[in-house]
Design a protein around this ligand. Structure first.
Ligand SMILES: Nc1ncnc2c1ncn2[C@@H]1O[C@H](COP(=O)(O)OP(=O)(O)OP(=O)(O)O)[C@@H](O)[C@H]1O
Ligand SMILES: [Mg+2]
Length: 301
């Protein structure tokens, strides 16, 4: 019998299935991405990333020797139990925290030191969308101020002029320009996450880390945000690292998937292949715990 991860997850996963269209389109997309990937160098590479945090006067290792590469235009899923180190890997990739060991490469070059001018310039190209759309927006700032902030921080006014760019950003995430004068508390969770996405896109990044971007949202609202992310990726040629607890979502959105357990990468491969025939026992466990996505060999049962 298939086990449930937990009841709310199960309910959510079943509804995700109802809200999201079927898989075949993604298979075609995967073939295209893999073909393109073989011809191009990686956009982002994690090489032996390791993180030790201080703990009880010593240190505790929360990420150990994690390596992967993400090709331009690809979506790599990162899954694993809570505390397995997914967000820590993401923060290291963006150099928000310094790895204890290992290297991050962007377009084939090692990331420069965190405080350097080159790194500040690179930050425009690498952005993150966090899980909690409430916490991520300053309640005292209007949407206009929130969206204008990245241009001020990076001292890079948009060539088309700020008002035009702000309108365009809102339009791209499905919001009306009347949102500009309003404050975060005047929006729903889904709308706030759209504002977060618009802010992340402001400086035209090429790489976005999506750290559980819909797990705080209602299922149907989350599905709309996922489809928005997918459309934006197509339109803007974005590359994603998509962190999630939901295997159905990962299967829907990702080209490849990396599985973490207790700080280590235990499996990395083509998303459909991993979902159909996981090589690692822990991945099998994760997939088996998702009720609407049984393992291939239990389908006929
Ligand atoms: N600043 C910190 N200091 C000490 N330990 C930390 C710190 N940040 C994270 N940790 C620990 O590192 C481990 C990995 O945390 P991380 O947030 O990367 O996990 P995660 O896989 O993203 O989990 P979740 O799915 O719950 O978001 C956890 O045991 C966490 O408690
Ligand atoms: Mg996390």
């Amino acid at each position: 019998m298939l086990k449930c991860w937990n009841a709310p997850e199960e309910a959510a996963a079943i509804q995700w299935n109802a809200t999201i269209p079927a898989m075949p389109a993604m298979e075609g997309r995967l073939a295209g991405v893999l073909e393109a990937a073989s011809a191009r160098p990686a956009l982002v590479e994690a090489c032996g990333l390791t993180m030790d945090y201080p703990c009880d006067g010593g240190t505790t290792r929360v990420v150990e020797d994690v390596s992967f590469a993400i090709q331009p235009g690809e979506t790599l899923g990162l899954v694993g139990e809570s505390g397995s180190g997914k967000s820590t890997v993401a923060r290291m990739l963006l150099r928000l925290i310094e790895p204890t060991a290992g290297e991050i490469r962007f377009e084939g070059q090692p990331l420069p030191p965190a405080s350097s001018r080159q790194m500040r310039a690179l930050r425009r190209r690498m952005q993150i969308v966090f899980q909690d759309p409430y916490a991520a927006l300053n309640p005292r700032m209007s949407v206009r101020q929130i969206l204008a902030e990245p241009f001020a921080i990076h001292r890079q006014p948009p060539p088309e002029g700020l008002p035009t760019r702000l309108r365009e950003l809102l339009r791209s995430v499905g919001l009306d320009e009347s949102a500009l004068a309003r404050y975060p508390h005047e929006f729903s969770g889904g709308q706030r996450q759209r504002i977060n996405i618009a802010r992340a896109l402001a400086l035209r990044p090429s790489f976005l880390v999506l750290d559980e971007p819909v797990s705080a949202l209602d299922v149907s609202v989350g599905a709309q945000v996922i489809n928005l992310l997918r459309d934006l990726q197509r339109e803007l040629g974005l590359t994603y690292l998509f962190i999630s607890h939901s295997m159905p979502l990962v299967r829907y959105l990702c080209d490849r998937v990396a599985v973490m357990q207790r700080g280590r990468l235990v499996e990395l491969g083509d998303c459909l292949q991993v979902c159909e025939a996981p090589a690692n026992p822990y991945t099998r466990q994760l997939i088996a715990a998702t009720p609407e996505m049984p393992l291939a060999n239990s389908r006929s049962a």
